[in-house]
Structures are given as C-alpha cells and as structure tokens.
Design a protein around this ligand. Structure first.
Ligand code: SF4
Length: 616
C-alpha cells in the first residue's frame, strides 16, 4: 500500500486497552482518510440515537493519503464523531504538524471507543501505543498541557488536546494542537472530554510509503515555484487571513452587530483591526508542516490591559466574530481573546457568536444583571468582551452557566430570544454572510455538519473566480435557480480533496488536476478527476445518511432569518437582499439525487454510488 500505512490505532478506553488494526487497501482507495475513512468505519459502529457525550460515541482522529508526503499542504488531521452541538455527523480539521507526526508514528489514524474512569492520554511512538495517566493534566489549559507533555516526552512530540472547556463538556469545545491551532467546529472537544481523554501525543520516524517518490518530488518543485510566483500568494503569505477583516466588513460579508448591522454605517473603525494594524503585532512567521504558503504567525502585545507575551495570530473568523460582530475595534483585545479561547480549548466562531447573542439579549431586556453576574453588557467594549469570553470559556458564574454551551442552549433558556440566535441546528454561523455569498448559505444548510463554511465552492463560481481545471459554468450571484450542479459537484470533489488531508487555502490557488497528479504519484494508481468527484459523492452521501438515519429532518432545519435576509437589511451593500435558500437547497438536493423532502440519498443514487450496503 502506498500513501498510507494500512494501520490504525483502536483505543478501547473502557477496557484500558489499545491495539493496532490493519485496514484493507480498498478502504483507502475509496475513502482516503479524514472524514471519509471515519464515516465509512463509524457509520455502522455508532449506534443510532447514541448520546454524543456517552461512551457509545466513537471519536476518530484521521490523516489522509497525501499527509506526510511531498504533496503541497499535505498536513491536516481531522476529528470526527457524532456532534454534541448539532446531533448530526460532526467533523473538524486542523493544520500544524500533528497530522504528519501521526503518520510518521506508523499509523493513519486513531479511533477512540468507550470512556475512561479517570483522565488518560494516548502516547504513540513508532507503532508503539500506550494509554497513560492524565490525572495531573486534568484542569490544565492547552498551553500548560503541551508544556507538560513536551517536558515529559521531549520537544519533538506533537500533541492534540483539550482544555477546561472540553473537560467541562462545553458543546462548543474544540480540539487544540500546538497551543493555538484548532479543530474547532462541531463541539468535538466535548466528546474527547466525555471520554476523559486529555490528549493524544505522537512522534515517529516511519516514512510514508510512496509509489513514485521522484515524480512526487518533481511535482512539488514545479508547483511550489508556480504557487510562489503568484502575487496573490505573496499577499497571503504576508497577512494570512487578516487581510480581509476590513474589506469583508465593507461588503457586509462579515456579520455586524450580531448579523443585524450594516458594515461601515455601524462599524466605521474596522480598519483598526485589519491588515497592517493587526499585522504589526506579529513578531515571527511560521508554517504548517512543509507548507510554502506559511500563513501562520506569532503575535504579542507588549503593554496595556490586553498584554500577552506570545500567542498565535487571530485568524479572520476570530476577528470577524469578535470584531464587527461585536463592534469591537480594539486589535490588542482580539489577540488576547484568541489566546483565551485557545487555552480553554473552545471554538472562537461559536464563542464570538455567543457573546453577540448575549449582548443583544441584554440590550432588549431579555436578560438582566442577574444573569450577567452584575455586568452591564454593551457593544464594542473590549474589556467587557474579554471578560465575557473568559466566562464562556471556563463556564464561570451565572453567565458562564447560561452561555457556556453556545447560542442554541442559551436561547432555549431565554424566552423571546429566537430571532437573535443565529445558528443552524445548534452550530453558530461563521463570519460569511449568505446574503453576500449565497453559496455559503447553501452549504450551511445542506452539509452534514450544518453551519460550516469549509465545504464545496459554489461561491467561487458566483464571484467569477471558479477553480482552475474545473470547467463549470459561471453563476449569477443573485439568480437562485440553476446553481444545483455547481453546488453539488464542487461539494463532492472537495470531499475527496479534504479527505486527502489538504488545506483549502491551497485548493483555491492551484489547478485541481495537480492534486490528481500528486495522488497518482503517491499511490501508483491512475485516478481521474471524474473518479475523485464520484468517490467524494459517496463520502458525502454517507455523511448525509448518518444524519437521516438519526431521524433528523435535515431539510427542515430552521433557517436563521437574519443571515438569509428574512427580513432584508434596509441599508448598506446588502440592502433588500433575501436569499431564496429553499430553492437553492432544492436544486442542490436534486443534483445530488437526494430526496428533496427528506434529504436522504435516493435508492437510485445509492445504487449508482455502489452504496447498497447502506440502504436502510
Ligand atoms: S496555507 Fe496556512 S493554514 Fe494552510 S497549510 Fe499552509 S500554513 Fe497551514
């Protein structure tokens, strides 16, 4: 087998047992890794109706066929399980060095069953696996946890862990790697916490077997040079994602004032938290494993109330949700907030959304100082926002109890707050407004992990860019019919690309055929783009069926009106826009051959996809 080792770790925490399991080559040939391999293995193993925070839920850490190989950005790992936040299939991925290190340990993934009676962590080194006592680690934040484990096992280990948020089973808890890279969405940190699994620690020296190493290296050399020659790459390498906090606020792509505001009208000082005004706090750049784009950075704030010595840069999503969304123009506070969230191990998107929801509830008299621990909530007050973030992250005080599980749980406790609660089946929306990019809106509603912005790429065809090598028609952004094919086909193809372990920032910058060439050089197979699309459709169908077998009425998930223009804004660049999301969803389902009433893949489609095994 090439591209993978053909082996995963099975950790049975109830029995305090770990073992290695060989997997068939066919599984890798068709599902590759990430959430593809996970959904294939877990679909039948997680019982229908399983409590996401109970021992019957199974947590997967998977890599991908191109992880640890010369393929550009082959460095991501994915965490999957039934999501406690949404009750749907849940997955989230993360860059850094953990994915390649797991692969170099001799394993392609780790599957965690049951739950432990006491805190534990998994240690893997060159095919040797141990369960170790984590009693001393329980209660530590993610930075302290990494420091402790690196002191004990050496600075060359890589770690994925949870902080206090995951331990306290917060539904918005994340899995954190390298003190500040997050598999943030779907609340999977809480699944880890429910299993009393504090961390997975990996290192190793086992190379990933390559069918044609010379060809893979040659491809890398050629395409890295091509990538680095593009002016857009230079800008991305310099700023990363913070180069569009301001422009996304001008366009109203970023949510303003909990999705009810208008960019420049309500937040004219956004420039203070974008581009060079944020970049000036960077003191060192870094890259995920062997990534030539190198968009990461270390930041510090030298003085003032938000002083912090060293932390990861806050990305666009964090800046969007804690900046325009809360009318907060203080850059230093964003840097500190990002660090607080990373240390606690919580998703910054959900946390920023929850703070905005709370402020609006207070402003409208739905909660009082009794619920806020005596604090008067207001927009744009950086110190107050830092304080509220801490309370959510660590579930502190009355406020932390009410808001520490995200928007939906809080909204269920606060009568009359539904209109302010911007989430889809529990997952708070990220900082991209469907009224600005209707494609975002489609995937928020139809993807098996609702409210996620990192699926498909209908938007690229709405904004005229498209994806090089993928010949699909340009779409009129605000014509809501005729988008199903692009929405579905890019959804499918990108499933495969994600499952290879690649970073989306590279996927948008390269000709899509480059990935086919890398895959064939690494595996020795002869995949075509059409096959990758077909295999992605199978992965997508399985994720979808995971939800429908749970009895979820996925086509009826409540649409968060504000985000889609129900009612439309009365001012600004998105004035009077209402996205016909029901039509977009219907045409997406039709193109996938999923039933438009239930969202379930049709019998005909399951047969086409050779998934008869899963007919239920
Ligand atoms: S583009 Fe940025 S996030 Fe993606 S792999 Fe490279 S350094 Fe990591």
């Amino acid at each position: 087998m090439f591209g993978n080792h053909g082996k995963v770790v099975m950790a049975y925490l109830n029995e305090n047992k770990v073992e290695s399991q060989d997997l068939e080559k066919k599984l890798y040939d068709e599902y590759f890794g990430a959430y593809g391999l996970a959904v294939k293995l877990l679909y039948k193993q997680i019982p229908i109706g399983a409590d996401p925070l109970g021992p019957e839920n199974i947590l997967a850490f998977t890599t991908g066929t191109l992880v640890g190989t010369p393929a550009i950005t082959g460095n991501r790992f994915t965490v999957s399980a039934k999501s406690p936040l949404t009750g749907t299939w849940g997955d989230a991925n993360c860059g850094g060095k953990f994915g390649p290190a797991l692969k170099f340990s001799g394993y392609d993934g780790v599957f965690v069953y049951g739950s432990s009676d006491s805190p534990t962590y998994i240690y893997i080194e060159d095919e040797k696996v141990k369960l170790l006592d984590a009693e001393e680690l329980w209660g530590l934040d993610t930075t302290e946890t990494e420091d402790y484990l690196k002191k004990k096992h050496g600075t060359d280990v890589e770690i994925a862990c949870i902080g206090p948020s995951g331990e306290k089973l917060s539904l918005i808890a994340a899995v954190i790697h390298d003190k500040g890279r997050a598999a943030g969405r779907s609340g999977l940190g809480a699944v880890m916490g429910s299993k009393k699994l504090k961390a997975i620690v990996v290192k190793g020296t086992k190379d990933v077997p390559l069918a044609n190493p010379e060809k893979a290296k040659e491809l890398r050399k050629k395409w890295v040079a091509d990538l680095l020659s593009k002016p857009s790459t230079k800008k991305f390498t310099k700023y990363g994602t913070i180069d569009h906090v301001a422009s996304s606020t001008y366009s109203n792509d970023a949510p303003v004032r909990n999705w009810a505001g208008v960019g420049l009208r309500d937040f004219p000082t956004v420039d203070k938290i974008s581009d060079d005004n944020l970049l000036k706090f960077e003191f060192k750049k870094y890259a995920c494993w062997k990534c030539p784009l190198a968009c990461g950075g270390y930041y510090k704030v030298e003085e003032g109330p938000f002083k912090i010595e060293e932390t990861h840069k806050p990305e666009y999503e964090t800046c969007g949700m804690f900046g325009p969304n809360l009318l907060n123009d203080n850059p230093e506070s964003l840097i500190l907030i990002n660090d607080i969230c990373n240390r606690a191990g919580v998703d910054t998107i959900s946390t920023g959304a929850t703070v905005g929801f709370a402020i609006e509830c207070y402003e409208n008299g739905l909660i009082t100082e009794k619920e806020t621990d005596g604090i008067k909530l207001e927009w744009g007050n950086a110190e107050l926002i830092v304080n509220l973030t801490r309370k959510i992250c660590f579930k502190e005080g009355n406020f932390g109890k009410i808001f520490g599980n995200g928007v939906r749980v809080a909204s269920e406790k606060i009568a009359g707050s539904e209109d302010f609660a911007v989430h889809i089946n529990g997952q708070e929306l990220p900082a991209h407004d469907p009224k600005f990019g209707p494609g975002w809106g489609t995937y928020y509603m139809v993807d098996a992990t609702p409210g996620k912005h990192t699926q498909g790429c209908q938007n690229s065809y709405e904004n005229g860019n498209g994806i090089a090598g993928l010949d699909l028609p340009k779409l009129e952004k605000y014509v809501y019919t005729g988008k199903g094919e692009v929405g579905a086909r890019t959804h499918n193809l990108f499933h495969t690309l994600h499952c290879l372990g690649l970073c989306r920032f590279a996927l948008f910058r390269m000709n899509v055929n480059v990935w086919v060439d890398f895959l064939n050089a690494v595996t020795g197979e002869s995949y075509t783009l059409e096959q990758l699309e077909y295999l992605g459709a199978r992965i997508g169908a399985l994720r979808q069926m995971f939800n429908t077998r749970e009895g979820l009425q996925v086509t009826e998930f409540k649409i968060p009106g504000r985000a889609y223009g129900y009612p439309p804004l009365n001012d600004g660049p998105l004035k009077d826009i209402t996205v016909d999301i029901k039509l977009q969803m219907k045409e997406f389902y039709q193109s996938q051959k999923w039933d438009t009433q239930t969202g379930k893949p049709t019998l005909e489609r399951l047969k086409e996809l050779d998934l008869e095994d899963f007919i239920n």
